[in-house]
Design a protein around this ligand. Sequence first.
Ligand code: CA
Ligand code: CA
Ligand code: CA
Length: 552
Amino acid sequence: MARINITISFLIISSLIVLSIFDSDKSAFGAYAKAPLAPTGPTVSDESLVVEKVAEGLDFPTSMAFLGLNDILVTEKNTGKVIRVVNGTLLSSPVLDVAVATGIERGLLGIAISDNLEGKKYVFIYYTESGNGEDDSDVENSVDPSGNRLYRYELVDDQLINPVLLLDLTAIPPNDRGEHNGGKILIGPDNNVYVTVGEVGGHRTQAQNIIDGPAPNGLGGVLRITQDGGIVDPESPIFGEDLPLSIYYAMGIRNSFGMDFDPLTGNLWDTENGPGFGDEINLVFPGFNSGWFPVQGYISNNLMQSGTLESDLVYFGNSQYSDPKFVWTIPIGITALKFLNSDKLGIEYANNMFAGDINNGLLYRFTLNEERNSILINDTYSGNIELLKDNKIDDPKENLPLIFGQGFGGITDIQVGPDGYLYVLSYTGSLYKIIPSSESASPQNPSASIAIQNNTSSAQSVSAVILGIDGERSYSPNPVEIGVGQTVTWYNGDSISHTVTSGLEGDPDEGSRFDSDAIIPYQSYDLQFDEPGEFNYYCIYHPTMIGTVIVN
Ligand SMILES: [Ca+2]
Ligand SMILES: [Ca+2]
Ligand SMILES: [Ca+2]
């Protein structure tokens, strides 16, 4: 039987060059490749649970989808391969290998699986397609990518075959940077396909709330189509009846690496990435306008400082601005979002919302209010939850009660397996699952990360603590005084990653003498000093954090 496929194609290359004044989010990108695994492996705060490694050896994995129990498809960002992981083993040949552009956040980014009514197994893939059929040619030979594209494949005999192009979005950024391509795919409770796409390096159209800007070009939102690439409910469009308005489910989104449907209400929630400030979690109702570019964070405390009112934003059809449900003033590089629709980790975690980050390798837990239209940090958390009543992290230390797990390296995806456990995908190449200790085959290693910090008091080693963003009081003691040949061990006691990098911001030789890379929360970094002198250092993510080592 012939299937009618409607391919939606609206490759629009904007000639408008609008360089954002907020292009300084290099810190988030720097950490994208940097947040390391904890040396002793990731851990969770609840002692009745453990983290077990499911698989390793993946090459910058970005997303995963379950075919069955212990049977998972994983996308690799820079190889363009879809790897099948069966019982923890990576099958030797990929089920698919496409040619990807790989610069910055480009690559093979998203995957979702759907069993269609005819018994076929559809696999949806979203990637930045190479402009010349070769991986990495955008970086190596400056070949522009041909598009950010959503394809539907069928899984037959361990291969993905019969590709159908469903969406073709421009991947050409006005600012020459390969960032904000979105990429997460979901099959909704309505069986339609949802995909996140960012503003692709700073496109500025009406979809970014520029009133006199060009018409929307399909970027900067959550898009929704049928599994055949058709328009959903063309009789009652949300934003408008013509392409591309007819496929927007939400707009005004700078970028998103995560979304999920609440299993109890069917509401869609997403994560959104702010520039140098203002990571968000949002409830994404049909017609949601998140406010970017003039608004990031809460509009009453607009971190863009634009003075914008709701009435200044761009509206189509039934669209409506809404504030985020949670905000980080200092970005964590928020990525995946997943509801745990299982009580296998304990009844108190059933239907909680989990989110991951790329900057710190942290897994966060959230509870919702009774109506499940807002985040409500209830009394099941330990630590100081008073400062969380405003649903805003003003100081990174406020994160502490929310931290459910740590040391994962950058988290790119979170899923719930058919076994009801939480699976966490690390950009460092490993896949983990969180299970009850009673189900663990290997003995527990409860306080390995604590042991590291207590092991630093030898005569040859001097301890220092990274306290957080506080100028000359960020590192303690400051200055640190040692003798030639001694080692300084910095322990990160803050809830976000920091660095110990030689020099000060803007020095021509900054980082040339030493550079720790990201020191994730609760981990430490050792450095031996063999020459006398005074050595300034700072945090590359937060350059106002400065310190000095004096070697006598
Ligand atoms: Ca490839
Ligand atoms: Ca927003
Ligand atoms: Ca607060």
